[in-house]
Design a protein around this ligand. Structure first.
Ligand SMILES: Cc1ncc(C[n+]2csc(CCOP(=O)(O)OP(=O)(O)O)c2C)c(N)n1
Length: 543
């Protein structure tokens, strides 16, 4: 069994239900995955780093509970939400909700237990809590090491959640502040109260909310907010001058909506900055002067503490660096919990450490369950084209190349791969008279065309969204008129439960729809010729 705690309401004078949830988890001896908004991220069974942990497929698949008790709202973390939604049907998920209100967008709750009903948890298996605790602790160490390198958005969230006293209230804005606090706040016995205006996750009115909290709360009140959200409530900033209670505003200014950098829309480079990221261009020192409040440019974490008068603490960060840091943090957590053996599958299916001798057997056995079928469908999608020159991206051991040469007896093939050992293996099995092989990464410039056919199997998903969009445009440029691009790869399945290919931190599959979009943008007429579970064959015809 396990417990999951999300945002819990608490009115003045009511008992602290977060603390009660943590006490229950301790009594049951079960892991408690608690969003800081629940107030339950405390005690010896609290798990703080579930967001990063559950991004690792092998870990997520390895720690399935037999029973879940949920209190409060759903936590914000997408990986946690997905994982809960995809738990097997026989895992009963129960919401404990004394107020008769619960949140279940995925329709996975089996039962709503009103307050007071005796909740019977199954027996706790020996070592079950320890597996979670060990992973959580390893994750915490790994993150500390990453975060110590310099002032950053995750460090700001971590520092505030670690150092604010129990009597403080931390108000967090929507977008990354609420997520950073969820991902980087440690479990501690006396956490400050964390409040957020979730609702529809608006970034508006947040300064006003914090102002209201400061008006009634006796202890320090700190607001953690992004630059776009702050600009959405400059009116609230102006109102601060009329409040006699101090509010400390920690502004994380990354020049726009940093949340969007991690989304596929970031690949739309022509419109992204102006229409999605929307940097505000506001001079925040001048905004503080307008509001009549103190202003300080933050250079080090120790500046981040409650001030005695209302103050704007301005932290400048860089969006691209922040995105890279977030990814390093997740990778560091995954490396820290990697267990030899358990992770062999994902490591070998990943980018590094491929051994060409065993790769094919491995991938047939457990790596990509539909491997043979995918190969067949990829070749089928190339038929009907009189190809004399073929470019293959990610030749690997040469399996696809062999099949392509067989299907196109008049063609010669140029194969690219970033791994020398793989190319050596491919060289051994392919006809040298019809094949040339080159060591190149997909990110590198493509060889000059024109080619009649560009084909790729199980390689392009190593590129992130922007990299894929960019590659598709470069492929289009080296194709001859009437040419074709055949892309056979792992994709994000329509239903998470359809995922059957083990992924590592070097795999970034996209959805079919996203990839069709990038193909169209690159000037292809794009179609799907085959798809099953998390594998698909996409074809781009030169328009
Ligand atoms: C009222 C409202 N308008 C628009 C949005 C869409 N939206 C979500 S996050 C975001 C960007 C927020 O940027 P910022 O406050 O700087 O935080 P960051 O993403 O950089 O952490 C926007 C515009 C929203 N949630 N609410």
């Amino acid at each position: 069994p396990m417990m999951v705690a999300g945002r819990l309401e608490r009115r003045a004078g009511e008992e602290d239900r977060g603390a009660a949830a943590a006490a229950l988890a301790r009594r049951l001896g079960v892991p408690l995955l608690a969003d800081p908004l629940s107030g339950a991220r405390r005690g010896s069974t609290a798990i703080a780093h579930y967001d990063a942990l559950l991004r690792k497929e092998t870990f997520a698949a390895d720690v399935l509970p037999d029973w879940v008790l949920r209190v409060g709202d759903l936590p914000t973390s997408k990986p946690l939400r997905r994982w809960l939604a995809a738990l097997p049907d026989e895992v009963e998920q129960v919401a404990l909700e004394p107020e008769g209100v619960w949140h279940d967008p995925d329709g996975v709750l089996a039962r709503i237990a009103p307050g007071g009903e005796l909740v019977e948890a199954g027996r706790t298996e020996v070592g079950w809590l320890r597996r979670w605790r060990d992973a959580d602790e390893a994750a915490g160490f790994a993150l500390d090491t990453e975060l110590r390198r310099g002032l950053s958005e995750p460090l700001v969230a971590n520092h505030l959640a670690t150092t604010l006293p129990a009597e403080a209230v931390l108000v967090v804005a929507s977008s990354m502040p609420v997520r950073d606090v969820e991902a980087f706040a440690p479990a501690r016995d006396d956490p400050p109260r964390v409040l957020a205006n979730r609702g529809a996750n608006g970034i508006d009115g947040t300064v006003s909310t914090a102002l209201g909290v400061a008006a009634v709360h006796d202890g320090p009140v700190v607001l953690l907010i992004g630059d776009v959200a702050l600009v959405h409530d400059l009116g609230g900033l102006a109102a601060l001058a009329r409040s006699r209670r101090p509010l400390t505003i920690v502004l994380v200014d990354n020049g726009g909506g940093g949340i969007f950098d991690a989304l596929p829309v970031a690949a739309a480079t022509d419109a992204f900055e102006e229409h999605v990221a929307t940097p505000t261009g506001v001079d925040f020192a001048a905004a503080a002067a307008m509001a009549g409040i103190a202003y300080l440019r933050v250079q080090a974490p120790q500046h981040l503490r409650p001030a005695f008068e209302t103050t704007l603490l301005h932290v400048r960060t860089d969006r691209a660096e922040t995105l890279a840091l977030r990814r390093r943090c997740v990778a560091a957590v995954h490396a820290a919990i990697a267990r030899p053996g358990a992770d062999e599958a994902s490591r070998r299916a990943g980018h590094e450490g491929w051994d060409p001798k065993t790769y094919l057997a491995f991938i047939r056995r457990e790596g990509v369950p539909g491997y043979d079928r995918l190969q067949k469908e990829a070749v089928a999608a190339t038929l009907g084209l009189a190809a004399s020159s073929i470019l293959e991206l990610g030749t690997g051991t040469g399996e696809t190349a062999r099949r392509l040469l067989e299907a196109h007896p008049d063609a010669s093939l140029l194969g690219l791969d970033a791994n020398e050992d793989m190319l050596a293996a491919a060289r051994e099995r392919l006809d040298p008279a019809r094949t040339a092989l080159e060591l190149r990464r997909l990110e590198d410039a493509l060889p000059d065309g024109p080619f009649d056919l560009v084909a790729s199997a199980l390689a392009v998903h190593h590129l992130q969204a922007a990299g894929k969009a960019d590659l598709f445009a470069r492929v289009r440029a080296v194709l001859a008129p009437g040419g074709r691009f055949v892309l056979a790869d792992v994709v994000v399945p329509e239903d998470e439960r359809e995922r059957s290919t083990p992924l590592s931190e070097f795999d970034f599959p996209s959805t079919v729809v996203q990839q069709l979009g990038w193909l169209e943008e690159a000037g292809f007429e794009a179609t799907v010729t085959w798809r099953e579970r998390d594998l698909a064959v996409l074809v781009g015809h030169v328009r």
